[in-house]
Design a protein around this ligand. Sequence first.
Ligand code: PEP
Length: 253
Amino acid sequence: MRQPLVAGNWKMNGSKADAADLLNSIKAGAANIHKAEIAVCPPFPYLYKMEELLAGTGIRWGSQDVSRETNGAFTGQVSAVMLKDFGCTYAIIGHSERRMFNAETDAIVAKKYEQALASDLTPILCVGESLEEREHGRTEEVVARHLDAVLEGLGAEAIGRGVIAYEPVWAIGTGVTATPEQAQEVHAFLRQRIRAKSQPQADAVRILYGGSMKPVNAMELIGQADIDGGLIGGAALKASDFLAICAAAEANA
Ligand code: PEP
């Protein structure tokens, strides 16, 4: 049985005070969550607060990106070693906004994934197709390419050490959610592709859904056989919504 994970991707939102408020509310509500795992991924500058604010809770934290380099003259980048030093458990890798706005290729994403693993961070590998790709029947081709950058490049064991997030680009921040059937179909496809390399890794790896997941649709999505939780954007900024999604994960644990 895979432990459901609900991870909040705060993106570039909030302030120091907002981060503290949000975390305190999540902390209070999370006292009822025992079986599902909760994580928050704030902007880099707020990571230093996590250790202080989340000490003694089971809530984990992570980054929204990581450098593909180890250290040195890479202005503006943050290494996996540094993230580990700040207590991160997770690092989101290859989010579609980074692929889009920072020209991250599959090769770059694979290097970042490797850096995360080398520092004992758990990468959350984002995969997902655009609306145009879906409309042209290319969903499986695109998510397979995103997955294979790691599965073929680093191996099934590397995939097993991470988490996958299926995030259809057309559902991110749009309010349009994939139906549970649409999402389940892609999750099953991804798991099957991993199974072709390694049955144990396929059975163990958690595949999250991300894309306008909200309290109203979380239960049905997370209730699908191959959906093991959510990567949450907008709804992660409102404690009551985020906690309601965590409760749906708890009910499915
Ligand atoms: C995301 O960006 O990872 C995401 C899932 O965003 P939203 O929930 O706002 O669609």
